[in-house]
Write a new protein. Structure first.
Length: 209
């Protein structure tokens, strides 16, 4: 059930907003909203559970990240996000090195990869935190490119910390054929359309009347 809006008056100080992430990509995306916020890195186990669906993994981890930071900063608004990439419903993790990244891209080329980007907003101002959760799905079609091009791309951008081995916000866009999503920033890691809706429901104002 969606969290109810939190009433705010002109005299009410804005809530403390914290991004529960160590990702520079998510930090840059959140800064686009021009809201004051802090960043805190959660320390959680991000391993999927046995028989857990990709969507369930992403949603669980997004909420766990937000909850870990809220426990350290009670009364705050905390944003958690997590992304799981899947091919034929099998999770694709971060490659970690060049060889793994090349194998990922070789497997993905010419095919459609589904990215589950889960978002959680925890509002700790009313005692027991009210959670807003959403999974935004993005379908990416990877170009059918030869090994030499895939290898050259990886050596230039080195996207070894990205699930799916490609940064759509960088040179990786050149190896993608199509991106299908209702939220264009979801693939980069923080769905801003969904997030602004959550923040509005929490009483956050973006524009002065």
């Amino acid at each position: 059930m969606p969290a109810q809006p939190t009433a705010m008056t002109p005299s009410t100080p804005p809530p403390r907003l914290i991004l529960a992430s160590s990702s520079s990509y998510r930090k840059e995306l959140l800064s686009r909203l021009r809201l004051p916020f802090e960043v805190a890195a959660p320390d959680i186990d991000e391993s999927p559970l046995p028989r857990e669906t990709p969507s369930a993994t992403a949603l669980r981890l997004a909420q766990a990240k937000a909850a870990a930071i809220l426990a350290r900063h009670p009364g705050s608004l905390v944003i958690g996000s997590d992304q799981v990439a899947t091919l034929d419903e099998v999770q694709i993790g971060k490659p970690g090195d060049h060889a793994n990244a090349l194998r990922q891209l070789q497997t993905m080329r010419g095919r459609r990869v589904v990215f589950h980007t889960a978002l959680c907003l925890l509002d700790g101002r009313a005692g027991a935190p009210a959670a807003q959760l959403e999974d935004i799905q993005t379908v990416v079609t990877v170009r059918d490119l030869p090994d030499a091009e895939l290898d050259a791309y990886l050596r230039l951008e080195q996207p070894y910390d990205c699930a799916g081995s490609a940064k759509n916000e960088g040179l990786g866009i050149a190896i993608l054929e199509k991106i299908e999503s209702t939220d264009p920033t979801a693939l980069t890691g923080l769905p801003l359309i969904a997030l602004t809706g959550m923040l509005r429901r929490a009483g956050v104002a973006f524009f002065s009347a």
